[in-house]
Write a protein that binds this ligand. Sequence first.
Ligand code: IPE
Ligand code: IPE
Ligand code: MG
Length: 878
Amino acid sequence: MTWWWQCMGTAVRHAVLEQARNRLALTLVVFFIPLWLTLAYRVLPGDPVRFFLRAAGRPVNLDANTVTQLSGGLHAIALIVGFMMFLAASRSAEFDHRLVLAGYPRLCLLLARSGVLLLTAALTAGYATAWVCVFHRPERLDVMAGAFMVGALTYGGVGILLAALLRSELAGMFVVIMVSFIDLGLQNPVANPAADSPLLRLMPAYGAMQAAVSAVDLTLVPWRHLLLGLGWSAGLTVAGLAAFTARTSRRTLKQTLLRRHASRSSVRLTVLRLLHPLRARMYRQAGIRDATVITGYEICRRLLHRSGPVKAATTKLLPARIRPVWWAVYGYGRYIDDLSDTRHGSRRERSEHVSRFSELLEADLRQGHSQDPLRAAIVHAIWTWDLPGDGLEAANAVYRQDAEGESALATWDDWFAYWRTLTFPFGTKRLLNLLTAPGLAFTPRDAEALRAWTDALNLLDTLRDLREDAMEGFVKLPATVLDEYGVSSEDLARGRASGRYTDMVRAMTARTRQWLDRTAAAGSQHPPMAAALRTVVDLHRLELDRIDQSPHALLNGPSRAHPVRFHLTLARGRHRVARAWRHHARTAARTPASIPPPRSAEGDPTPHDTQALLPPVPHPSGVRPPVLPPGRMPQHVAVIMDGNGRWATHRGRPRTAGHEAGQLALRDVVHGALEIGLPCLSLYAFSTENWTRPATEVEALLRIFQDGLDMETEEIWQRDIRLRWSGIPDGMPSEMVQTARRTEHATRNRTALTLNMCLNYGGRAEITHAARALARQAAAGTMDPDTITPRHVAAHLHQPGLPEVDLLIRTGGEMRTSNFLPWQSTYAELVFLDTLWPDVDRTHLWQAIDTYTRRDRRFGAVQPSPGAPQAPGSVDGL
Ligand code: IPE
Ligand code: IPE
Ligand code: MG
């Protein structure tokens, strides 16, 4: 019985929230009803109208303005309540379906929906009656309120019925408007002298209108007419609820979703603009205009909302400009998870659905767009926000395994591997970077906190869905945990607690709390992120409190946090986050960007690289680096390694031989940079324009780079060198991207030389990327375009922590810079060498540095800058 009441509580809460969220309808109730009642009463003349009132069985004389006020009031109520119930019933169908699947009795949902209809009707009727009293005092207040309520109930029933019959929200709205227009327009004796015609007695609002008019002057209670209205209302509501029951039957969620995707995007867009102008504006500001893509984001948003209140709340704590990314990321996971849902279809079918979806998505990703709204949104998010997306394949493989019923988690290691593959396909770091703004930096600790939070979220999800997962045959806890506490998954599926079930649940909540404690420590450099994470952690803790109070409740379905506390915590958190962003916007407008320190690749907690590092290998000739005048050492040397092809051609060999020889030169130059104590060396290895070369050459180059980046095959990584990669992942093999990131990560704490490999790099692409990031901030209102300075742009380059280039060397005899580090090299000294790259060694580097030390660097001034030939404000020095 307790379970039944809990279900009822959830269903009522959801139904009430659904109405409360419909801000347009609430605004209409509050403002439109009084406006209409006032205008009808004041503007129309008070001339008497003769009217045969069937409720009294005789003609009556009433003022024209009073009658019009009543029929108008009824009309307004009918429209608003009909519309509210229509939207609530059509939008919550998926959520209700989910509840039914989770074992919620359908009766609860029906009662909740009917209860909310009654409540809405009563409140609206009471409100309208109170406003009527402002103008005149009806003889029977109770009858007037009853008449309005009957009208509201009737049209609420119309709304519920239409929601079951019509797909399009626009169509639903239109039908409610037209039906009420005909019905109530004809009931008004001022507009229609034949308002008592027998035909009109068959109209839905007839009983309500008769009762309302009789309440003005007569003392009788027109029971027959009130009951007639109630009859209409009951009939329509029952028909609507019957259709609603049919909709929440065993039809698969997947089918519902697929059909939704097929519905026409542009209609949805119009509805969105009408009903949610703020959201429509958010899309406009984010530069999202394509109707299909917006429809996709909306589907993702709904999928996220179906994933529970905490996840939906998480999005509300993010700046509006990046909410769509979050929706897409969740939408992808949720959709494919539903496809692999082991309770629908045969194994083969499920697996085929997942494979098909993955293939289509991967093909769309290559093209950069999709015809299907959901995939279009995912592709749009990955392309627009530069999400890596290279973990998708691994995640898809896990979902396929789920679909085939072959997933099993033996240990905690398996558990981490499983969830992290599913949770991180889009790259935590990139998602974090979306929140970066000038002056707001992330530290590796934040990335770690985010990871801890994701683990906590996943474990909480596992607990929340314990019974449902068990019924699907895959409890997502390590088998060792179930064994340790003697809990059987068959019993869980039957809703029975076996073994030390309570201890197990409490141990899992304790573990989740530990991870949440780690999360709470994040965001020290980023106050909005700290406020958001603190709120999410508080929300999770509320849910954990609930689970700890009654672990057995999990066997009956998800345990939700206490609703009042939940919403209070969320409201407080939203306020804190908004305040933190506002404060930042104010201070960021005044202070220049502080450049974040070099960030780690993924924020793994491993503190230090434990490998013993080797010193640089001396030059074979024994030559030593030159002694430079003190303080004249460049901080950053960039090299365009050109001439490999010509070197090979001169020797009658294929160009690829030149690239291989070039690798030896590269190694020697790096050893030379270490020997001379150079802090930063950028090497141009492959430009975004080099893809136009013959496929065999590109392939050979990629193979060489793959080996060169790999710590297992390349000896250079045994020295004290920190790798940074500048470039874009697009087009690069995912294995190579991963290798680069791995090596970046493994070498992140090294201090001698920062080696910035410019691979798949293009200067224009880099600046465009920065421009986009700033434009997004400007569009979102977190940055005033007039306050953007070069430092803000510099903060969004691929490697914002590196100093500006002091010396740019190009080998191979060409005198151009070929799209290499245009932003960073504006004041670089240029040295062009005729030597082809494979013939270069460290002595060329030293020689060029020696030349550099003798150059006058004036930076636009008349006198050379005193002391060192360095940029006056290198990026690092901010
Ligand atoms: C530079 O050498 C290496 C890369 C572009 C990868 P080239 O291959 O451009 O050599 P040349 O300029 O044709 O001699
Ligand atoms: C520049 O060399 C790119 C690299 C060295 C990686 P290119 O050989 O591609 O440049 P252009 O085409 O001669 O300008
Ligand atoms: Mg070249």
